[in-house]
Design a protein around this ligand. Structure first.
Ligand code: A3P
Length: 309
């Protein structure tokens, strides 16, 4: 009965049985076969772990702080390869919205892009393009993760705002823990990248680090991307990436998608993409029992890995 609460359903893919949106099946082969280029920069994450935040940082550092260019909508300059919205709209009883090519043909759009390409994905390691999975690949990957409790709460609100989830938080927690929300199981996603954190083409970041020391993360990312930044430039970027600034930046707010959802009554949730932007926000929604269960579950997966979130 959990599945019936999750409008779009999912399919289990790959050896590890990753839960993927049903319509991902149409893209799977072309993503696996995508030719990778040495100057590609990928931002990889489980949903709701700070992807958009990391993308905006990586794009600006990679484009020598081109704040004018950053006024273009983020999905157009940093396309999402496993974008499956087109398939959703086809199955809904609404007029087909006028969608850009990076949505209607995300893989083809990325394949034809002039380099260097900046590409977003939520795919777990085993479903990435085969060439990108090669440890000798020169294409860079910035992976960002977040503690499980805040990720789950953020994902719950996201699914109500953008994915048509109508169930309650209790059911969503059960889905999350069971590895049945899209791109789960959560810990497989995180730990498969953690295991590769020392590869020269991988930078492993956490949402908590971004919150605690954004300037430090900016410097690490610049070094990883082979860019020099002065202290003033770091400070200017830190301000641009603050929650207040991003909340008021229409290029990173996904308002056009939320608007379509509202226009056709596909969602009832109020609110916006930039929601709380804090660490420990789970406290407002999780019961003590749920919190204990998540803690135990996280400890079991993190034991012996050296990863602390
Ligand atoms: P919350 O829902 O907890 O507020 P993603 O981009 O992976 O979907 O992650 C979205 C989460 O990152 C949301 O978390 C969002 O508010 C948060 N976020 C985005 N930009 C941020 C920023 N500049 N500072 C802090 N949090 C940010």
């Amino acid at each position: 009965h959990f599945l019936s609460a999750y409008r779009k359903g999912y399919v289990l893919c790959g050896e590890k049985k990753v839960a993927m949106p049903t319509r991902y099946a149409d893209l799977a082969e072309s993503i696996l076969d995508l030719p990778i280029r040495d100057d590609d920069v990928w931002v990889v994450s489980h949903p709701k772990t700070g992807t958009t935040w990391t993308q905006e940082m990586v794009w600006l550092i990679g484009h020598d702080l081109d704040y004018e260019g950053a006024k273009v909508n983020l999905p157009a300059r940093f396309p999402f390869i496993d974008h499956t919205a087109l398939f959703d709209y086809r199955t809904m009883d609404i007029p087909m919205p006028d969608l850009p090519e990076f949505v209607t043909d995300s893989v083809g759009f990325i394949d034809r892009l002039a380099g260097p390409r900046f590409i977003k994905t939520h795919l777990p390691y085993q479903l990435l393009p085969t060439q990108l999975q090669d440890p000798k690949s020169k294409a860079k990957m910035v992976y960002v993760c977040r503690n499980a409790k805040d990720t789950c709460v953020s994902y719950y609100h996201h699914c109500r705002l953008l994915e048509g989830y109508t169930g309650d938080f209790h059911d969503f927690c059960e889905l999350f823990l069971a590895g049945a929300v899209c791109f789960g199981p959560f810990w497989d996603h995180v730990l498969d990248f953690w295991a590769r954190r020392d590869q020269p083409n991988v930078l492993f970041l956490t949402y908590e680090q971004l919150k605690q020391d954004l300037a430090g993360v900016i410097r690490r990312t610049a070094a990883f991307l082979g860019k020099q930044m002065t202290d003033e430039q770091v400070e200017q970027l830190r301000q641009h990436l603050s929650f207040e600034s991003m909340k008021n930046n229409p290029a990173v707010n996904y308002e056009e998608v939320i608007e379509i959802n509202r226009k056709y009554n596909l969602i009832t949730e109020a609110g916006s993409f930039m929601r709380s932007g804090t660490v420990g926000n789970w406290k407002g929604l999780m019961s003590p029992e749920q919190s204990l269960r998540f803690d135990k579950w996280s400890q079991e997966h993190l034991a012996g890995t050296g990863l602390q979130l």
